[in-house]
Design a protein around this ligand. Sequence first.
Ligand code: PLP
Length: 384
Amino acid sequence: MFDLRQRLEARRAAGRQRFRRLTDGPVGPLQRVDGREILTFCSNDYLGLASHPEIAESLRRATRIYGTGSGSAHLINGHTRAHHALEEALAEFTGRPRALLFSTGYMANLGTVGALLSRGDSLIEDRLNHASLIDAGTLSGAKRLRYAHGDAEAADLQLARAAGNCLLVTDGVFSMDGDLAPLPALAEAAQAHGAWLMVDDAHGIGVLGPGGRGSLSHFGLGLTEAPVLMGTLGKAIGTAGAFVAGDEDLIEYLIGAARTYLFTTAMPAAIAEATRTALGLVVREDWRRERLQQLIAQLRAGASALDLELMPSATPIQPLRIGDSARALAAAETLWAQGILVPAIRPPTVAEGQARLRITLSAAHEPAHIDRLLDALATIRTPQ
Ligand SMILES: *Cc1c(COP(=O)(O)O)cnc(C)c1O
């Protein structure tokens, strides 16, 4: 039978057992974690909107109108005017004809890839794509062809070997590295082979491009170059859920074919209303993106002065590669002892020998917070 004890022992012995810290109060730079006041550099709340009073008020107001639960799937009677208005706002935000809401980014990826591909088709993926895209490929039954991280030429070679309907899918910004995918070159390769490009922009939406419209917009690419755009709402947007944006046919098709859309309860309408309020702030408040860029520059200059080499990244994800898992854990412990939370990311989340501290910044951080982080980083040792 299931020998879970033994599996757990093995995982502990390999230093891979995970644990959770208990937090109180809203997400923010200063947060109560395990009962202590901690300075955090780990959330994906890049714009500092996850505890914004205007968004919270919007949620409360909508709860009085719609209640808490949506009661059913979108195709039964769970699709409220609030959900519909958010879809329209997301379509306008992304400059695409239509958008479709999903309950999470994980589900959006599973549902969309699964609806587009089946046996005999091909999914071409960056090696470092998010786990949900890897799982989406497995579930779809399509042939999976992976290419070296960020390598559009390697993607082109895989496209040449692909059969059936071909979907090239990539993270816009890589969640554990912070670098951007070479979207213009990938789009070109996809078009040359008659494939579609799908971009998972979980970490680009809100952060990159004019008005925070994401990594495609950052590169000036649109519907023609990338017919499928997936974005999440629980990171920079500060609420919960996800969306897929594309043309009329794509969305109409997904409504009837994406199983993670069909067979799940619609997100609460109040979340949709709060998200619409958040989207307004995302577009209007350029200062949040400007502040982020200043903080990123401050961190990178400070780390460089300490001879700490951050991974190449222009986004709020600023990892410090350590290599060995035990050393990464020890480094995180050293920071934790100084009241700073930076997670050690280890295999299987990243490849063997690629353990790192994943530092993430938010527009809610202050320059003094970065100084404190740099002081603490000066006390850890990294391999040369
Ligand atoms: C977080 C994330 C997801 C999943 O989104 P959720 O809404 O958290 O389920 C998908 N793709 C990438 C690249 C992500 O970082």
